[in-house]
Design a protein around this ligand. Structure first.
Ligand code: OVM
Length: 397
C-alpha cells in the first residue's frame, strides 16, 4: 500500500463561529481529502460520506469503548460512568442495546401513536391561538417535554433538568472550551437528579424505564446495568428530538414550496423529518478511536488515535447527494448518517420519527403557511446543531 501524506488543517471545529455556521468548514474538510489531520487537537477527521459511512459500519476498527468524544478513555477519566450503549463495543454493548431496541421499537410504539397524535393536536391548537410564536419553545421543546418524560415514567418534579443535562452531555463530547465551562457549575446537581430518576422506585409502571427494570428481572441485562440504561434514555432522548423538530420547522419556515407539498400529501411527514435530519444534522459529529493501526482512504491512522466523524458534512457531501443543500421532499434521504449507521445507529429513531410525525401532521392540517417572523437565533453546542429561538408567524388553514 502506498502511504499518502495526510492533509493537515488547524481549524477548530468547536470554535463559536464554526458552530454558528459549520458549512464552510465541512466543505473545506471534504475537499481536503478522504482523511484530514486536525493539528489543533491531534485527531483525524472524516467528512466525506464514503469514509464516514465506512467508519460507522466498522466497529472492529473504529471503537466506541474509548469514548465517542474527544476524551480518550484509554488515558482520561470520563466525566461520568460510560454509557453501556454509546460508549461500549460488542460484546458488552449488545445486551443493553437489544433490551432498548425492543422497548423503543416500532411494535412497542404502536400503543403510543394515538395518544401522541391527540397530544400534538391539542398542543398545536393551543399554540395557534397566537398568530406568531417562538417555534422552539412553543413546539420543538414543548412537544417532546410533554410526551417523552411521561412515556419513560418519570415523576413530574425536576423535568426542567432534562434539557440542561442533555445539553451538557453533548457539549462534553467536545474539548474543554467555554461551552463546557458554562455547564460545569450545574453538573453535580443535574447528574444527581438524573441518576436518582434511574432507580426503579422513581419509574411509573408501564413506562420505558419500568420495562428496562423488567428486562433485568428476566435476566436480559443485570440489575446493576438497568439504571445506566435508563440514564441513556434521559441523556439522549430529549435534546435530540427537540433539535430535530427545530430543524424540520426551520426547514419548512424557509421552504414554503415544500410546506405546500406536505400539506398536499401529509403522508410525507416522515420523509420530511428524515430529510431535515439529513439537511441540518442535529447531531453534527461523533468520535471513534482507532483499534490498532487502521487504514482509511489510503492513510494509516495509528492505534489509539481519535477520529472525528462529521455526520453533517457526510449528509451534505455532493459526492453522495444531488444538490445536497436543497431541502427536498422529493428525494430519498434514508441513507443519511444523521442517526449514525451500523451497530450504534440511534436506538430511539422510531420515537423521534413518531414525535415528528405527530407534530407535522397536526400542523399540516391546520396551517397554510409558516414563515419566519424575525431572525432565528442559534444555540451553540459542541455536538448539536440547534436553535435557541425561532420567531414564526402562521396563517391558519
Ligand atoms: C447515552 C447516549 C446515547 C446517545 C447520545 C448521547 C449525550 C448519550 O447512552 O447516554 O448523547
Amino acid at each position: 500500500m502506498t502511504t499518502v501524506t495526510v492533509p493537515s488543517l488547524d481549524a477548530d471545529p468547536f470554535a463559536a463561529e464554526v458552530l454558528r455556521d459549520p458549512l464552510p468548514l465541512q466543505a473545506a474538510l471534504r475537499d481536503a481529502g478522504p482523511v484530514v489531520h486536525l493539528s489543533r487537537y491531534g485527531v483525524y477527521a472524516l467528512a466525506r460520506y464514503e469514509q464516514v459511512h465506512a467508519a460507522l459500519t466498522d466497529w472492529q476498527s473504529f471503537q466506541s469503548g474509548a469514548g465517542v468524544g474527544l476524551a480518550n478513555f484509554r488515558y482520561e477519566e470520563p466525566w461520568r460512568p460510560p454509557s453501556l450503549l454509546l460508549e461500549a463495543d460488542p460484546p458488552r454493548h449488545d445486551a443493553p442495546r437489544a433490551v432498548l431496541a425492543g422497548i423503543l421499537g416500532p411494535r412497542a410504539l404502536r400503543r403510543l401513536r394515538d395518544a401522541w397524535f391527540a397530544d400534538a393536536e391539542e398542543l398545536v391548537d393551543r399554540v395557534l391561538a397566537q398568530r406568531s410564536f417562538d417555534a422552539v419553545t412553543a413546539l420543538a421543546q414543548a412537544f417532546p417535554l410533554r410526551v417523552f418524560p411521561d412515556a419513560v415514567g418519570l415523576p413530574k418534579e425536576g423535568r426542567e433538568n432534562l434539557l440542561p443535562y442533555g445539553d451538557h452531555a453533548f457539549n462534553a463530547f467536545g474539548p474543554h472550551n467555554d461551552l463546557v465551562a458554562k455547564g460545569a457549575p450545574r453538573v453535580g446537581e443535574l447528574s444527581g437528579w438524573v441518576n436518582a430518576q434511574c432507580a426503579r422506585e422513581r419509574l411509573s409502571p408501564g413506562g420505558f424505564g419500568a420495562r428496562i427494570w423488567e428486562a433485568a428481572d428476566r435476566g436480559d441485562i443485570t440489575h446493576e446495568q438497568a439504571p445506566l440504561v435508563v440514564r441513556s434514555l434521559l441523556t439522549a432522548g430529549v435534546d435530540t428530538t427537540v433539535h430535530g423538530l427545530g430543524a424540520v420547522l426551520y426547514a419548512f419556515a424557509t421552504h414554503p414550496d415544500q410546506w405546500d407539498r406536505l400539506r398536499a400529501d401529509p403522508g410525507l411527514a416522515r420523509v420530511a423529518f428524515d430529510e431535515a435530519v439529513r439537511w441540518e444534522s442535529p447531531v453534527q459529529t461523533f468520535f471513534r478511536t482507532a483499534t490498532g493501526d487502521t487504514e482509511i482512504g489510503g492513510t494509516v491512522v495509528p492505534d489509539g488515535r481519535k477520529i472525528l466523524m462529521f455526520l453533517g458534512a457526510a449528509n451534505r457531501d455532493p459526492r453522495r447527494w444531488a444538490e445536497p443543500g436543497a431541502f427536498d421532499l422529493g428525494r430519498d434521504p434514508s441513507a443519511h448518517v444523521g442517526f449514525g449507521m451500523g451497530l450504534h445507529q440511534c436506538v430511539g429513531q422510531h420515537v423521534a420519527r413518531l414525535e415528528a410525525e405527530a407534530v407535522l401532521t397536526a400542523l399540516a392540517a391546520r396551517v397554510e403557511r409558516i414563515e419566519l417572523d424575525g431572525p432565528p437565533v442559534r444555540h451553540l453546542n459542541n455536538t448539536l446543531r440547534a436553535w435557541e429561538s425561532m420567531p414564526v408567524r402562521v396563517a391558519s388553514a
